[in-house]
Design a protein around this ligand. Structure first.
Ligand code: PRP
Length: 272
């Protein structure tokens, strides 16, 4: 029994009305709904005047049921090292190496690799759209978040340092010092731990320019080989913290997919 005009105007795939013990099941799928956003739409069940519609969002079902582990991998320097590590662990990373402009690569063995900017790796893992993240400790310290940090990969090694123009004495005088950085939180914590009040200027690009232009007396930045500082007439004054690449895991995945995660992270750890 379908109300005249109802089906042709608004619904498609209307299926049997089944009456049983006063209940009935009606499968109606609103036009366009299924093809746009959902798959496996299932019956509207009417019982005592209530209705239940079972819709499964496209893509969701596939991920939950197929036990795919999705990994967010930091674009750039860590991407190269992590790719080599996965290869050492026996994964064929050709789809990632040959992905062109594609942002997702499917790897045999039930992995899906997503390439992302560092803060986005944290966001994807925290929100559970990725199970695992590979990201620098610098990003973890700067942005924080809720996830488990489970493994130090030992590559992507560098340090946060305070640097100044060669020969300058950052700590001399009583005036409030100005420090330029991309990492305001790390910088604030560092100077707070010294009980020092500083003005922090947030820079997005090459922080090394700030002392050269007279914008700041010092910078807090990542130092790997030290050549960027050296070539720009700057020098390290103090090391703040050492950094390396870490594996982080979504808190829910850690419970629901423990076996698969243990297996994958175990394979990686064995090949470090
Ligand atoms: C980082 C950092 C320094 C440089 C240090 O920048 O901000 O500029 O590396 O490396 P070095 O001690 O080996 O010279 P990166 O090249 O990652 O680019 P970014 O400025 O986009 O962060």
């Amino acid at each position: 029994m379908v109300k005249k005009g109802l089906n042709e105007n608004k619904f498609e795939n209307s299926q049997c009305l089944t009456g049983e013990n006063g209940t009935f099941h009606l499968s109606l799928v609103k036009k366009g709904l299924n093809e746009n956003k959902f798959e496996n739409s299932q019956c509207l069940t009417g019982e005592n005047g209530t209705f239940h519609l079972s819709l499964v969002k496209k893509g969701l079902n596939e991920k939950v049921q197929s036990n795919v582990i999705r990994i967010a991998l930091t674009k750039g320097r860590l991407e190269k090292k992590a790719t080599e590590l996965f290869e050492k662990a026996g994964f064929d990373m050709t789809p990632l190496r040959e992905r062109g402009r594609q942002l997702v690569a499917r790897i045999d063995g039930g992995l899906e690799i997503v390439i992302a900017k560092p803060p986005d790796v944290l966001t994807y893992v925290e929100h559970g759209v990725c199970d695992i993240g590979i990201v620098g400790k610098d990003t973890i310290l700067e942005y924080g978040g809720k996830y488990f940090e489970v493994l130090d990969l030992g590559f992507g090694k560098c340090r946060f340092s305070l640097a100044v123009k060669k020969g300058a004495d950052f700590y001399s005088g009583y005036g409030v010092k100005t420090v330029a950085t991309k990492y305001s939180n790390i910088t604030r914590h560092f100077f707070e731990s010294k009980g020092m009040d500083v003005d922090i200027v947030k820079i997005e690009g090459s922080v090394e320019l700030a002392p050269l232009l007279g914008l700041a007396g010092g910078i807090v930045d990542l130092v790997e080989t030290g050549s960027t500082l050296h070539e720009n007439g700057l020098e390290e004054v103090e090391e703040i913290v050492s950094i390396s690449a870490r594996v982080i895991v979504n808190t829910v995945s850690m419970k629901l997919k423990k076996q698969r995660l243990d297996e994958i992270i175990g394979r990686i750890e064995e090949n470090l």
